[in-house]
Design a protein around this ligand. Structure first.
Ligand code: G3P
Ligand code: CA
Length: 229
């Protein structure tokens, strides 16, 4: 009955370790995820760094906007348990093709920087296009990525339920539509599947919610506790 649902570790395994740190990504691997989700910004000196918020305040001991900090300024911060704010490349080296990597484009100009890193890992480090998925709430940035690198799967993140359900994902030539647990319903899932889109839902941590979204027929689930999936 239970179809194969992609188990996606959210910001690594943030229910266990500080989010978006190497510790969190290693924990997700230990928990046998199928994919790992993370968030990226380009910092002031151009490095692509893995952090969730536009400000460093919540997840580190620093203050201020992520995009206004140089890489050196970011690297003196404690991202939890003494962990550093990692670069996307450092994370990819840890994951080492073991599972799919879902890069969520959070900040400005992340499409170009992400496409360059992905290209480098495919051309020089033996990664495959199928090792990556790229997603964003910023559909303009996501569209830029699709134009730069059409071979990589993209997921349109949607907050709420648009009048035309999944139409924006079709426009973007997306492979999946990624929706919040707060808004998912059977009509939405059916519309996506009718249009040939996969449905990934975040962030699902409680066992009853996991059972609920599985019953709706979703294709993937983001969880802070991926072992529960
Ligand atoms: O990609 C799913 C989820 O991560 C989107 O929301 O705020 O956790 O980045 P957020
Ligand atoms: Ca995210």
């Amino acid at each position: 009955m239970d179809k194969n649902v992609l188990k996606i570790g959210h910001r690594g395994a943030m229910g266990h370790e500080p989010e978006n740190t190497l510790l969190s990504f290693k924990k997700a691997l230990e928990l046998n995820v199928d994919a790992i989700e993370l968030d990226v910004y380009v910092c002031k000196t151009g490095e692509l760094v893995v952090i969730h918020d536009d400000k460093v305040d919540r997840t580190t001991n620093g203050k201020g906007y992520t995009e206004d900090k140089t890489f050196a300024e970011l690297r003196v911060l404690d991202a939890g348990e003494g962990e550093l704010v990692p670069t996307l490349e450092e994370v990819l080296d840890v994951i080492d093709k073991k599972v799919i990597v879902n890069v969520e484009l959070k900040g400005k100009n992340t499409a170009l920087a992400t496409s360059q890193v992905i290209q480098k890992y495919i051309k020089t480090k033996g990664w495959a296009e199928s090792n990556f998925m790229v997603s964003s709430f910023d559909h303009r940035e996501l569209n830029k990525f699709k134009q730069l690198y059409p071979e990589i799967s993209i997921g349109a993140l949607i907050e709420g339920v648009p009048l035309s359900y999944c139409e924006c994902a079709i426009q973007l030539q997306a492979d999946s539509v990624n929706l919040s647990l707060d808004f998912i319903n059977q009509d939405f899932v059916n519309d996506a599947h009718d249009k040939g889109l996969k449905v990934y839902v975040w962030t699902v941590n409680e066992y009853d919610d996991i059972a609920k979204v599985k019953a709706l027929g979703v294709d993937g689930i983001f969880s802070n506790f991926p072992e529960r999936l």
